[in-house]
Structures are given as structure tokens and as C-alpha cells.
Ligand binder design. Structure first.
Ligand code: PLP
Length: 451
């Protein structure tokens, strides 16, 4: 009996909340209100259990990472078995055979020539790694002037210095300008309520926004541009869906000008889009893919970059005894992360997870759009097995309504995710129809309560 074995609320009432500086959190509000329903002590399947013993449905699969549900016994066993064999193996100059197997297995499910895999410990590290690879690639090919990085407004590429440079969420950038990579530029975002509010799936309008890349090429000259990085579907900003034809057009323009196209698939990768990667789901092949999160179901930190073989081959020059890429992390391909990833890949194949996410996507689309007309709802978006409900802000208090809906959700047994005044949902693949119905009815009730 899990609940009986859990610490009771009194264990939390005298908890000292001060020393822990919580990431991406309103620390003062959290520590003043001491929300016991936000102190998690267990996770199982599609549910968290709070310190009070309340079960919360995991509406966003952790932070988009636990897409199979929590503690699948096949992953738990694999990690335990690995811990019994080897806790740590250095990543430089030696490796575990399991890591080579994992890279091969990842390459098997990527598009075309994307078959060389570099491991990191997070999405942020994956992004910074991909940007380095892009700049290094051009340099090694004799185009050292190609250093400019192009991101997109409202994009999220983690919090590394490269990632915030190409990212486009202003709060993540505005304090840190001196640390950013010089010379970057941004494509316009594709989040246009006037033209595309309440689109089901990919909006019809907006492919032309990719043409702005031609403007940036005309402004800076292609010879200065290394790479363009975008999320195929933008998760963190609240499920912003690529307009039909948009990614194809970006691909064409990049190819025409010798610019590398990077898909940041930290959220899209490993099934959520109804295919292995967003690249396949949207039918566009980039030159580099970044991944993290679902590669091992969020069990142990892991991320990485998948490169086209030609990019890898370009680095393989100079004396053979030399290191070719001066980059890597102590915990690149940590054995526990690798074990969890190999077990996750087993499950993704055996349980046909990408296909099942495709089926869930259809149900999510219908359920999400049934919230149209509810108070303050100004847009509903869906893509793959993910949806977002955007609400009009309370005048002068951007984000306050989102927080209120989040808190109302907790009262109704739902751990929602809010970003500003947008609620995002991406439940695990094991979600039943009844759970989906409960989730959306709870969101509906929470929106009313917050109106
Ligand atoms: N890139 C994208 C597209 C993401 O969604 C995220 C995290 O949500 C990141 C990068 C950063 O990943 P991490 O938080 O693991 O550093």
C-alpha cells in the first residue's frame, strides 16, 4: 500500500523551504503559501502522489518527459540491474558497449542519413552542442565566416548560453545579453491569433513566415550564417503548431543557401508527434536533431544530438590519434541513463508507442476543441498528443489567470502546466479515454472557477 508508506503532511509542515532556490518557480509565492499539494513524494503510472496522499493526474507527463507513465517496471528493472553492474563509466576515451548499442538503435529510428549520435545530459546541453557542431562543421569545410545562428521569436531551446541566444522567450533572455553569442538573429514567430486561432492541428495560414529567412540571408549574407534552429512543434511556449508547409519552406531555403537546419526535438522526439520524431511526422528532414526527455522517459538525465553522417565525417580529419571534437560532459552517456534509454526504446517498439500517440492525438484534438466558448478562452491548439488552451490575461496581470487555473486544477486532482495564461496538456501514452475526459472536464471547471 503505497499511500500508507508515504510521509505524512506533518513531515512537510516543519520542512525548511528557504535554502532550495527553485528553478523556473515563483519562490516567494511558493514558500509563503506552502502548498502541500505541490510537494510530490511518489509517481506511478499516470499519477503523482502528494505528501498529503492526494493523487494527481500527470497532465504533462512530468515536464513532457515521462511519456510512458512513471516507473514502468521494465525501465525500473533495467536501471537497477545496471546499478548492480556498473555505476559509472567515463565517457572520454572509453565507453560501455550498451552506449554503442543505444546510438545504433537511435539511428535506426531517425530519418535518412541522421545516424551519428552525441550524448549530453539535458536538452540545454544538446542545443549548445548542436550549435557548436554547426559552427565547427562550416569551419572545417573552409567556411569559417559561417558563425551566425538564427533562432525564432518565442522559441525555447533551453537555458544554456547558446540556447538563450537562439531562444525567443524574452524573460529568459533579457537579463543575460552580455553572455549571449554575438551576431544571432531571429525569424518571426508563427503564433498569430488573428489568422489561426482555434485551428485544428496545423494552421493553413503562415507558411510564408518562413520566407523571412530569405530576408535575413539578404541582410547578413548566407556566407555568415551557420544554422537555423527551430522546434518543429513549439512545446514550452504553449503548443505552437507549425503552419502547413512552413517547415518545408525553411528546409528549402536552408538547402539553397548552405545553411544547416536544426530541429530541436527535445519535446517532439520519441513518439509524442505520432511518429518517432517531428521530422517524420512533418515530413521534413533536418541536418541535426537535438533530443532529451523521452529518450529514457525522464528517468535519468540524458540528451543528445543526432547528426547527418556527412557532418560527422567532416570532423574526422587530421591525425588519427587526435581528438576530433573538443566537447563532451563527464556524464555524457551515463550508464544509468543509457540503461533507461535502451529499456525505453524496447518499450517504444514493443508497445508501438508512436502509433498509439497518434491515436491519442485524435482524441485530444476533439476533447481540447470542445472547450471553445468557455470563459476567456482565446485559442485552442493541438499537435500530436499535445494541446494548449490559451486564455485572455487578467488586465495588467499576465500569468495570474494561468496560475489560478493551475491551482484550481490541483483541487480537482490535476497537475496541469501553465506558461503565462496558457495551459498545456500532454498526458502519458497510457492515458485512458476516461482519464482524458476527466482531465478536460477538470480543465473546463478550473477555467470557470478562475473566470
Ligand atoms: N529545447 C526544447 C525544445 C525544450 O522544450 C527544452 C525543455 O523543455 C529544452 C531544449 C531544454 O531542455 P532541458 O530542460 O533538459 O535543459
Amino acid at each position: 500500500n503505497l499511500a500508507a508508506s508515504l510521509p505524512m503532511p506533518d513531515a512537510a509542515t516543519d520542512l525548511n523551504l528557504d535554502p532550495y532556490w527553485m528553478p523556473f518557480t515563483h519562490n516567494r509565492y511558493f514558500k509563503r503559501t506552502r502548498p502541500l499539494d505541490r510537494l510530490m513524494v511518489a509517481a506511478d503510472g499516470a499519477y503523482y502522489t502528494t505528501v498529503e496522499g492526494q493523487r494527481l493526474f500527470d497532465c504533462l507527463s512530468g515536464l513532457w518527459c515521462s511519456s510512458l507513465g512513471h516507473r514502468d517496471p521494465r525501465i525500473v528493472e533495467a536501471v537497477k540491474a545496471q546499478l548492480d553492474r556498473a555505476d559509472y563509466v567515463p565517457a572520454f576515451q572509453v565507453a560501455s558497449p550498451d552506449t554503442f548499442r543505444l546510438a545504433e538503435r537511435i539511428a535506426e529510428v531517425t530519418p535518412e542519413n541522421l545516424n551519428r549520435v552525441f550524448f549530453t545530459n539535458s536538452g540545454s546541453e544538446a542545443v549548445d552542442t548542436a550549435l557548436k557542431i554547426a559552427i565547427g562543421y562550416h569551419r572545417l569545410r573552409g567556411e569559417a565566416s559561417r558563425t551566425r545562428l538564427i533562432g525564432r521569436e518565442k522559441g525555447y531551446h533551453g537555458v544554456g548560453l547558446g540556447g538563450i541566444t537562439v531562444g525567443g522567450m524574452v524573460a529568459n533572455r533579457k537579463m543575460f545579453a552580455p553572455l549571449m553569442v554575438q551576431g544571432a538573429d531571429h525569424l518571426p514567430h508563427t503564433h498569430n491569433l488573428k489568422e489561426m486561432a482555434f485551428s485544428r492541428g496545423q494552421p493553413q495560414w503562415g507558411a510564408h513566415l518562413a520566407d523571412d529567412l530569405e530576408r535575413l540571408v539578404a541582410l547578413h549574407d548566407a556566407s555568415t550564417i551557420a544554422a537555423v534552429i527551430v522546434e518543429p512543434m513549439q512545446g514550452s511556449v504553449g503548443v505552437v503548431v507549425p503552419p502547413l508547409g512552413y517547415l518545408q519552406r525553411l528546409r528549402e531555403i536552408c538547402t539553397r543557401h548552405g545553411i544547416l537546419l536544426i530541429f530541436d526535438e527535445v519535446i517532439c522526439g520519441f513518439g509524442r508527434m505520432g511518429d518517432w520524431f517531428g521530422a517524420q511526422a512533418f515530413g521534413v528532414t533536418p541536418d541535426l536533431i537535438t533530443f532529451a526527455k523521452c529518450v529514457n522517459n525522464g528517468t535519468v538525465p540524458m540528451g543528445g544530438v543526432i547528426a547527418r553522417q556527412e557532418i560527422y565525417d567532416t570532423f574526422m580529419q587530421g591525425p588519427e590519434y587526435m581528438v576530433e571534437l573538443f566537447h563532451g560532459y563527464t556524464y555524457s552517456a551515463h550508464p544509468l541513463a543509457v540503461a533507461a534509454a535502451n529499456a525505453t526504446l524496447d518499450i517504444l517498439h514493443a508497445d508501438e508507442v508512436p502509433r498509439r500517440f497518434g491515436e491519442l492525438a485524435v482524441k485530444i484534438e476533439d476533447a481540447a476543441h470542445s472547450l471553445r466558448g468557455e470563459p476567456n478562452v482565446i485559442d485552442i491548439r493541438n499537435c500530436g498528443a499535445a494541446a494548449a488552451i490559451e486564455m485572455a490575461p487578467i488586465p495588467g496581470q499576465v500569468g495570474a489567470r494561468g496560475l489560478k487555473v493551475f491551482e484550481e486544477g490541483l483541487k480537482r486532482g490535476m497537475l496541469l502546466r501553465f506558461t503565462g495564461d496558457t495551459i498545456a496538456m500532454a498526458p502519458p501514452v497510457i492515458t485512458t479515454q476516461a482519464e482524458l475526459d476527466r482531465m478536460f472536464e477538470a480543465v473546463r471547471a478550473s477555467i470557470h472557477a478562475a473566470a
